[in-house]
Design a protein around this ligand. Structure first.
Ligand code: TYD
Length: 224
């Protein structure tokens, strides 16, 4: 666990397709910068040169025939490079890291939906993430009918996971809600069925409450 006064914070965004994660990552980063923090915005799979190379294999579906277990290991290999090259160096110099998708995506897509043994997933987490778990995970929750409509309106083409059917995306949503419920210390479920500004306010409230207020309180105490 990072010290609450001297080092950066690690925030991850999770949720199904079209829930607005990328937009909200950008907005939160901008707002934190206005408060004087150094912020690193990153994403998974990717966020470092090695991980971006693996991203290509995963999202085009080249790795799909290998099975969900192999995909889970490839996501973990990408994450390992990302942690080493990007996340840990940023946190240790005191920056805040905001990551679009992280371990909960593996738990949900490869675990809950891909039937990969949770023991394998936990072992990979321990190996790759170790003590550097997110301080806060914002789970953006939205009806997949709305999310998938947003994705198709982007007109950017779809990836191997977005191509799955509606039932799959409903199960994804349920699996994310389940994680948020089981780990309330780390996760906050954000209702993403509202316009961008409203969702940004909900996120800011969660970040203020969970991370900024404790930081201020510690700072005040240290100054006393
Ligand atoms: P991306 O284009 O970044 O989609 P999004 O904008 O929805 O984040 O693609 C990432 C895809 O990879 C997404 O469909 C979820 C999937 N994924 C996994 O299946 N497991 C993982 O561990 C991660 C990080 C992503």
């Amino acid at each position: 666990m990072r010290s609450m006064t001297t080092t950066g914070r690690f925030i991850t965004f999770e949720g199904g397709e079209g829930t607005g994660k990328s937009t909200q990552v950008r907005r939160l980063a901008e707002r934190l910068r206005l408060h004087g923090f150094e912020v690193v915005e990153t994403r998974e799979p990717g966020g470092s040169p090695g991980a971006e190379a693996i991203r290509h294999l995963l999202l085009t579906g080249v790795a799909k025939p290998l099975g969900a277990e192999a995909e889970a290991m490839l996501f973990a290999a990408a994450r390992d490079d990302h942690m080493t090259a990007t996340v840990r160096p940023a946190l240790s110099r005191g920056a805040w890291v905001i990551c679009d998708r992280f371990i909960d995506s593996t738990r949900v897509y490869q675990g809950a939906l891909g039937n990969v043994d949770p023991r394998l997933i936990r072992s990979l987490e321990r190996l790759v993430v170790g003590p550097d778990m997110p301080d806060l995970t914002l789970v953006l929750d939205l009806d997949p009918n709305i999310g998938l409509t947003r994705v198709s309106k982007r007109g950017e083409g779809t990836n191997r996971f977005e191509d799955e059917n509606l039932e799959y995306h409903k199960e994804l949503r349920a699996a994310y809600r389940d994680i948020a419920e089981r780990e309330p210390g780390r996760c906050v479920l954000i209702d993403a069925d509202a316009n961008e500004d409203v969702v940004a306010v909900r996120i800011w409230m969660a970040v203020s409450e969970r991370l900024l207020r404790p930081l201020r309180e510690k700072g005040e105490r240290a100054a006393e």
